[in-house]
Write a new protein. Structure first.
Length: 278
């Protein structure tokens, strides 16, 4: 009975406003996640109003992203599209863009932290370099997976759906706002100061998709490079702040996206993309 009515359901879904379809996709993501989230949250003793430890956050994020392939498959079926319509395909040009993004992201972080080191705002713990070499490859794999997942959802599916109702930049602002606000799910006290930076990050990644002819390769590379670089520095404890720098520049809670350092890095990246990829 249900299968016989499936074409009618597909036709109905496709006639809905893009914004409403995007809302349904996000709600479906949560519904699909709940069967995994419940046992994982009990296992790690997660309290929704309590801050997550690094391990707790990692396990919750992994459980959330494990259901994304099913969510994408459902979206493709309902919309009558393919993942290539959302900017994801494999080929030499895609890989080249991804590598360019990684290089630009790591280069930008290198400039920011290098400048802070020159100003005496941080010191490099070179004795921890061995830890960095052990951690960098696993963290790179994790960063690419997380970035591919988030880009496909927010700069791929959600952006496309919102563009059915709005211009591309209005859609980009809405998608970037949702992207930023959903980070509050894991941590609120540290995330609130980062919301403007997370929103700007989303906008730069939309710009990366547009400049890369609607491919997500460059956006995934940039996103993965930022995640990889910051996670590696933190996990290997490669830097220590001296307390001499201003928090408005370094970032509240030593989070780059909560200060001018991260904002300038994002703006600089956005500006350099145009001459490199036009």
């Amino acid at each position: 009975m249900f299968l016989s009515q499936l074409p009618s359901w597909l036709s109905l879904f496709q006639t809905l406003p893009g914004t409403f379809k995007g809302f349904l996709i996000l709600i479906s993501w949560v519904i699909l996640w709940l069967p995994l989230a419940w046992p994982v949250s009990r296992k790690i003793q997660w309290r929704p109003l309590a801050p997550l430890t690094g391990t707790q956050k990692l396990l919750m994020v992994v459980s959330l992203y494990l259901v994304v392939p099913l969510l994408v498959w459902l979206t493709v079926i309902l919309e009558g599209t393919s993942v290539s319509d959302y900017g994801l395909w494999w080929g030499t040009s895609f890989l080249k863009s991804l590598l360019w993004g990684l290089a630009l992201a790591i280069g930008g972080l290198g400039i920011v932290f290098g400048l802070e080191g020159r100003l005496g705002w941080l010191v490099w713990n070179r004795e921890n370099l061995d830890s960095l070499w052990r951690l960098c490859l696993p963290l790179l794999g994790l960063a690419i997976w997380v970035s591919l997942t988030e880009e496909l959802i927010f700069r791929g599916i959600l952006l496309n759906l919102l563009e059915e109702d709005f211009t591309v930049w209005i859609a980009a602002m809405i998608a970037s706002g949702i992207f930023a606000l959903l980070h509050l799910l894991w941590e609120r006290q540290e995330t609130i100061p980062q919301l403007p930076g997370l929103w700007l990050m989303g906008m730069v990644l939309v710009w990366a998709r547009l400049i890369d002819r609607n491919s997500l390769g460059l956006a995934i590379g940039l996103h993965a490079g930022w995640v990889w670089g910051l996670a590696s520095l933190d996990a290997a404890q490669l830097i220590s702040y001296t307390g001499k720098g201003s928090y408005w520049f370094i970032g509240w809670g030593k989070q780059p996206l909560a200060g001018m350092a991260g904002i300038l890095c994002l703006l600089g990246t956005g500006l350099i993309l145009w001459p490199l990829f036009r």
